[in-house]
Write a protein that binds this ligand. Structure first.
Ligand code: F6P
Length: 346
């Protein structure tokens, strides 16, 4: 009888998950394993819901955004009495799994780390997040596609801003890290970028916007949904939290509030747009298809070689296994090196 690998995808979806599932299934089958999909992240392991996974059903998913397995933000450790974790362990046994490949960001992989460390479950992780804020790995898939989509949106805003001689503000996702806003701003030639890691000097921002508008009669600001600008208030943030304790930022309205502030302070007509979840769907870019494929394949190899408690990572352009514990708990956020880049660019 073939050994079985369960695969699940947890947390916010992103383009690249399907290529990663496919890469893992193809490699696992080559090593002689069979695979089964656990649906909707940790919720599926809790409830024992599965879907067939093999080469045939995954053949064309490489070109599709989202995840064919479904996802959720369920945290089995949320319930203190341990009953949910017990259910997960029972499902693992009932499905007769040899190993579990968990694809996710810091939250999903944090659960994987605890299941390995505290419950000796054969778990291997695959890093994903459009926020690109996971430690240890150079990049996470989802980021390239999301930023590519945000750049298109930014450039469209520049066109209309140029026609109407307005300031345009684009709000992008990125909960704790400003990578998406920063890369979008640089790559779309924005005039200013607001990220959560750096206190925004509003006098500086307004001066830059006025100068840009005086020179070319329009300006573009890219802001992360999580940027902090005391002058524009907190909006509806930090009240509702998800099962992992993260503030839900969807109603925070950072783009709208920054746009209002700019218009009030400069007198220049200003509009804003929120790209939101559009940046999380759609076909993955070449980079994300390849990165997803390779980390998915690496995860199968880590299972085959018995390297449990590790995560498939891209480190210095090499696909390697790194301890899950090292990859979780501390986010990779925008640092001084990039602040220096910002000084030059904006
Ligand atoms: O963590 C990825 C992310 O896309 C964040 O950038 C964003 O704040 C959050 O997920 C949105 O989550 P949801 O899809 O649950 O609204």
């Amino acid at each position: 009888m073939k050994k079985k690998i369960g695969i699940l995808t947890g947390g916010g979806d992103c383009p690249g998950l399907n290529p990663a599932i496919r890469g893992c299934v193809y490699a696992a089958e080559k090593y002689g394993y069979e695979c089964v999909g656990i649906t909707d992240g940790w919720k599926g392991l809790l409830e024992g819901t599965t879907t067939p996974l093999n080469r045939e059903v995954t053949e064309y998913i490489i070109a599709k955004g989202g995840t064919m397995l479904g996802s959720s933000r369920t945290n089995p450790f949320k319930k203190d009495d341990g009953s949910n974790v017990k259910k997960c362990l029972e499902t693992f046994k009932k499905l007769d799994l040899h190993a579990l490949v968990a694809m996710g960001g810091d939250d999903t992989l944090g659960v994987a780390t605890r299941l390995y460390r505290d419950h000796k479950l054969n778990v291997v992780g695959v890093p994903k997040t459009m926020d690109n804020d996971l430690s240890v790995t150079d990049y996470t898939f989802g980021f390239d596609t999301s930023v590519t989509r945000a750049i298109e949106a930014a450039q469209a805003l520049q066109d209309t801003g140029n026609s109407h001689h307005r300031v345009m503000v684009l709000e992008v996702m990125g909960r704790h890290a400003g990578w998406v806003a920063l890369y979008t701003g640089i790559a779309a030639a924005a005039d200013y970028v607001c990220i959560p890691e750096r206190k925004i000097d509003t006098a500086h921002m307004l001066a830059k916007i006025k100068a840009a508008h005086a020179r070319k009669r329009f300006a573009l600001v890219v802001t992360s949904e999580a940027a902090e600008l005391p002058e524009v208030g907190e909006g509806q943030s930090k009240r509702e939290v998800d099962q992992f304790g993260h503030a839900i930022l969807k109603d925070r309205g950072m783009g709208e509030r920054i746009a209002g502030f700019i218009e009030k302070e400069t007198g220049i007509e200003t509009r804003h747009a929120v790209i939101g979840h559009m940046q999380r769907g759609g076909a993955p870019t070449l980079f994300d298809r390849m990165l997803g494929t390779r980390v998915g394949m690496k995860a199968a190899e880590l299972v085959h070689t018995g390297q449990f408690g590790t995560m498939a990572a891209l480190v210095n352009n090499q696909y390697v296994g790194v301890p899950l514990e090292k990859a979780t708990g501390q986010l990779k956020i925008v640092n001084q090196e990039w602040f220096d880049v910002m000084e030059v660019m904006f």
